[in-house]
Design a protein around this ligand. Structure first.
Ligand code: GLU
Length: 421
């Protein structure tokens, strides 16, 4: 299916997969297994709107692979959600969980809707109905959803309640990213951004001279959950100089460094950056072309393409969004000597703390924030080091190294289990 941007996103992901599979001489049968989705669910469901009318929405849940454990991945609400996108993102989740060494396979879900056009009541009815539609395929030990683009802990609470009401008991492990009062984990909200900051620091130490991310210039595209926490943590804890940020309302540039705490607080109260005066307004294209050391795309897929990759001047591109760089752009960046840290490592902090949340829920024993942060840091640093080792061993780029490592873990699990019957 077309993604509205030319070509299929899944075909792009398969190109990157094949690059790795070729290098590791993966046999055809295993390739077929790992490229196929176990289950693809599409649901069309009605929602009563506030004015009494009825609207039918379309939603998806794709489960890519469960060789290493239950399927795991977020659910997004966006007007451009489509089967090709969700299929690709569920594929990426398999590799993300394998790299992190957490016992899950990959899944993703989404509803084609612009949530900003819905009232609170409509959003709740849509969320509860969608979850009921996919509930037969969801379960604490089978598939565990979580937040993604435009979904949050409030929506996870509705999902959890909907499921619990139907089975007649409170099922804490059914979703992660829940409010802390309802079995959520401390540190889950910030987890993806914190993971990005940890990876950015490690990447600077490895790919650039002069140590970690401290004092380095950073531009961040996207200021949702991931972009805003990345900016906040990089700026306030790691001493990086975040000179540009952006969201759908525009890009904001301050060569002296944006006050990231101010920007973070601004979006907490105003929802977006519209009216933020901590930087000069520039275009999104200008942000991508800024003379910074580190560029962090943290918005949606395909923001760096063959149309603008040539203009990127950063030395490091750290993919906080899923699929932000097309395969063509990837090649252009690599030819320019720019190192790319792949999405399924960079943004894995969210699912890692989801795993901690799931474990805490199963034991009904909850950890301190400090313990969550320490455990997350350990996983992120180990994953980074493991990928670098594979990359060096195969003399390849970091994304291909990450794929090789992830593919070998899932292929091994598949071999150990055997093909049933
Ligand atoms: N939506 C996040 C991701 O893409 C988190 C998934 C999860 O926690 O299960 O990684």
């Amino acid at each position: 299916m077309e993604n509205g941007n030319g070509g299929s996103l899944f075909a792009d992901a398969l190109k990157q997969f094949d690059r790795a599979a070729d290098l590791m001489n993966l046999d055809d049968g295993m390739r077929q297994v790992l490229k196929s989705h176990k289950r693809e669910i599409t649901v069309n469901f009605p929602v009563k709107m506030d004015d009494g009318s009825i609207r039918v929405f379309t939603g998806y849940r794709f489960q890519h692979n469960i060789a290493r454990g239950p399927a795991k991945g977020g659910i997004r609400y966006h007007q451009n959600v489509n089967a090709d996108e969700i299929k690709t993102l569920s594929f990426l989740m398999t590799w993300k969980c394998a790299i992190a060494g957490i016992p899950y396979g990959g899944a993703k879900g989404g509803v084609k809707v612009n949530p900003n056009e819905l009232s609170e009541g409509e959003l709740e009815r849509l969320s509860r109905r969608f979850f009921s539609e996919i509930a037969p395929f969801i379960g604490t030990e089978t598939d565990i959803p979580a937040p993604d683009v435009n979904t949050n802990s409030k929506i996870m609470a509705w999902y959890m309640d909907t499921y619990s009401m139907n089975v007649g008991r409170s099922e804490l492990g059914i979703v992660t990213g829940k409010p802390v009062e309802l079995g959520g984990s401390l540190g889950r909200n910030e987890a993806t951004g914190r993971g990005v900051a940890i990876v950015a620091d490690e990447a600077c130490k490895y790919f650039l001279t002069g140590g970690g991310v401290k004092g380095r210039t950073v531009a961040i595209q996207g200021f949702g959950n991931v972009g805003s926490y990345t900016a906040l943590i990089l700026g306030t804890e790691y001493g990086a100089k975040v000179v540009a940020i952006s969201d759908i309302t525009g890009a904001y540039y301050n060569p002296e460094g944006i006050n990231v705490k101010e920007a973070f607080d601004y979006v907490t109260t105003h929802k977006d950056l519209k009216g933020f005066n901590g930087g000069k307004i520039i275009s999104n294209d200008e942000l991508l072309a800024l003379n910074v050391e580190i560029l962090i795309p943290a918005a949606l897929e395909r923001s760096i393409t063959d149309k603008n990759a040539d203009k990127v001047r950063a030395k490091l591109v750290i993919e906080a969004a899923n699929n932000p760089v097309t395969p063509e752009a990837d090649e252009i960046l690599r030819k320019k000597g720019i190192s790319i840290v792949p999405d399924f490592l960079t943004n894995s902090g969210g699912v890692v703390v989801s795993y901690f949340e799931w474990v805490q829920g199963l034991y009904s024993y909850f950890w301190d924030l400090e313990d969550v942060r320490k455990a997350l840091t350990k996983v992120m640093k180990n994953s980074f080091a493991d990928i670098i080792k594979t990359m060096e061993q195969y003399k390849t780029d970091m994304r291909t190294g990450a794929y090789i490592l992830a593919i070998s873990k899932v292929a091994n699990a598949t071999k150990l289990r055997g093909i049933y019957p």
